[in-house]
Design a protein around this ligand. Structure first.
Ligand SMILES: [Zn+2]
Length: 296
């Protein structure tokens, strides 16, 4: 029997936990979800839940998919994260303190989701896969040749530059850059620009989504021209707005204007810019995969 693996998907607003012996178990399991508050409170709840699972069936490894930026050589959240209480938190020290010398795998939350989609989802059979998540924030992961790309830390696709549209005078919500992609097109940016309090999203016919599709199409175009991705996967809560994916596909196709003469960027664009096959489970399945790989 395969060993039990613990999966920790630590996002900026919530932490998703699961255990399983195979990725399908983790995809299908009831996930345990807690709010991301202070490190002490959040990590105490992570420990309590995983210790119970460990008592039922000993964990062989743990995978961590963490919000970032993360110094992956030290498994530590950097001192630049806007989530100030989390600056300097070391995942490897946390795991070792609470669970002993278990094998541990770590990547960013979006790198892990990209890995999961590459192995088991919409990126199967491709060599170059990009996953972007558009939610409260925007992040992305790049898989090349079966590996999540790391270099200087890791890609930060959410903070790329896109062309501000005429008439959009919103300053941008990114605390670091103002009007980067995340600053113009994240869930927080949409809410602030249109002065829309939480709860239900803006209606699908709101002008907000036309502007949103322009910024996200710019982002996909940047990804295509820089990475030569063979598929671009768009996930996250914002992508559940009806019709948004279709508008992005049209604008990507039209703005590339036939320059890259492949069917995927013209009449087969629907099979190129796609939703994640693992849906909202991509991150936690990615965390599982990192743990399983660390054990192997
Ligand atoms: Zn930014």
């Amino acid at each position: 029997m395969d060993p039990m693996i613990g999966a920790i998907e630590a996002g900026g607003t919530k932490v998703v936990l699961a255990v399983g012996r195979a990725w399908r178990d983790v995809r299908d399991a009831e996930h345990y979800v807690i709010a991301t508050t202070t490190p002490r409170e959040t990590l105490d709840r992570v420990t309590a839940w995983l210790r119970q699972r460990d008592a039922e069936s000993p964990l062989g490894a743990i995978g961590v998919a963490s919000f970032g930026p993360v110094d992956l050589t030290r498994s530590t959240i950097t001192n630049t994260t806007p989530k100030i209480p989390w600056r300097g938190v070391s995942w490897s020290q946390f795991i070792e303190r609470e669970f002993g010398a278990l094998p541990m795998g770590i990547d960013t939350d979006t790198g892990a989701a990209a890995l999961a989609e590459f192995r088991f989802g919409a990126g199967r059979g491709k060599d170059v896969v990009v996953y972007l998540t558009i939610g409260t924030g925007i992040g992305g992961g790049l898989v090349v040749g079966g590996r999540v790309v790391h270099g200087l830390l890791h890609p930060e696709l959410g903070h790329m530059v896109v062309a501000r549209r005429a008439g959009d005078d919103f300053a941008g919500s990114c605390p670091i850059h103002g009007d980067c992609l995340e600053g113009l097109a994240s869930g927080v940016a949409v809410a602030q620009r249109w002065k829309h309090e939480g709860g239900s999203p803006l209606p699908a016919n709101h002008v907000a989504w036309e502007l949103e599709s322009e910024y996200l199409a710019d982002a996909v175009r940047n990804v295509v021209t820089i990475t030569a991705a063979q598929v671009v996967i768009l996930g996250g809560g914002i992508m559940s707005v009806p019709g948004l994916l279709g508008r992005i596909r049209e604008k990507v196709r039209d703005s590339l204007n036939g320059y890259l003469a492949v069917a995927q960027l013209t009449n087969e664009i629907d099979s190129y810019v796609v939703a994640p096959e693992l849906g909202a489970s991509a991150g936690v399945v990615g965390a599982f995969t990192l743990g399983a790989d660390a054990l192997a």
